[in-house]
Design a protein around this ligand. Structure first.
Ligand code: PSU
Ligand code: MN
Length: 301
């Protein structure tokens, strides 16, 4: 059901490190044409660290792990490409539809393909205003029942971060800070929220993954929260100001559901003169590099 590229299948069979990469960030999270360059660059970061990249997407109804250049190009530029969460996978497969996969769909497909480590930008979570409009990303549900390690720069700062952390606690998803005791703030190095566990190395992350497997119990994820370096973060004051504008604009325009995340991210890019894009990319690059290290520590057994 999942088509792995030859390179990914061989690496997994030989026990070599593989890193899953998400495609919604490429199709819906980043402006064109820069997004294709970024997609290729992220794969290069994985390779430079000695691991094999497996970008995940659904093309003509077929879920794929590991895309060639033409396939990556389709994800970056095909118009009308859908955004697929886990629940959209069966309809897309049955109806032969193409789409980019979110964290929930990517985590599921990666785990099914035998890939344990996955890198992205920021997770989805509980949206602000959830007391009146119920919007909680399906990312959280999938992570509560999928054995995957997700390296991210926290959750997107457009969300209600404390509420999201609370939900992760309720759903039993382990969260560790990589060289930090504070939960990162996606575009910002910190969200100001504490994180209960701190690790200093990729080897420690791999150790936690092994302990998860030995302990058994529900097949939950491990979130490794890796902050963007302070030198590359978005100016916090600019961030707060433009985010407030973005939230007000989404409200005024009645944007909801799947469209809200891309809308806010795009508003931030324009409202910060591209600075949020640079911070986003710095965060993703760092996450991809760390994921490759963790995948390597995981296979060094
Ligand atoms: N992080 C980014 N850019 C993105 C996303 C995350 O830096 O585009 C995407 C991910 O695919 C994530 C999704 O799973 O946004 C969450 O969307 P929603 O809130 O609709 O579940
Ligand atoms: Mn949503």
């Amino acid at each position: 059901m999942i088509k792995r590229s030859d390179e990914v299948a061989t690496a997994l069979a030989e026990g070599r490190p593989v890193v899953a990469l998400e495609s919604t960030i490429i199709s819906h999270g980043l402006p064109r044409p820069r997004n294709l360059k970024v997609a290729m660059e992220l794969e290069e970061v994985v390779r430079a660290a000695g691991a094999v990249p497996a970008t995940i997407a659904v093309l003509d109804g077929i879920p794929r792990a590991g895309l060639d250049k033409d396939e990556l190009e389709r994800v970056a530029s095909e118009s009308g490409l859908r955004k697929l969460g886990f629940r959209d996978l069966a309809p897309a497969a049955a109806l032969g539809v193409s789409g980019a996969t979110t964290v929930s769909a990517t985590s599921f497909l990666a785990a099914r393909a035998g890939i344990r480590v996955f890198a992205t930008g920021g997770l989805g979570g509980v949206h602000r205003g959830w007391t009146s409009v119920q919007d909680e990303s399906a990312d959280l549900d999938t992570l509560s029942r999928t054995r995957i390690t997700v390296v991210c720069a926290g959750v997107k700062s457009i969300l209600d971060v404390p509420a999201t952390l609370q939900r992760l606690e309720t759903r039993q998803v382990a969260v560790v800070g990589y060289r930090t005791s504070e939960f990162p703030g996606f575009y910002l190095s910190t969200s100001g929220e504490p994180v209960d566990w701190r690790i200093e190395s990729a080897a420690e992350a791999a150790g936690i993954m092994r302990a998860q497997d030995r302990l058994g119990g529900p097949e939950t994820a491990l979130i490794v929260a890796n902050p963007v370096p302070t030198s590359e973060q978005l100016d916090p004051e600019l961030h707060d100001r433009v985010l407030a504008e973005a939230l007000a604009a989404a409200d005024a325009e009645g944007v909801t559901g799947q469209a809200i995340t891309p809308f806010l991210l795009d508003y931030l890019v324009r409202g910060t003169g591209g600075a949020s894009l640079e911070a986003n990319l710095a965060a993703v690059r760092g996450n991809v590099a760390l994921a490759a290290e963790i995948a390597t520590a995981w296979t060094d057994r």
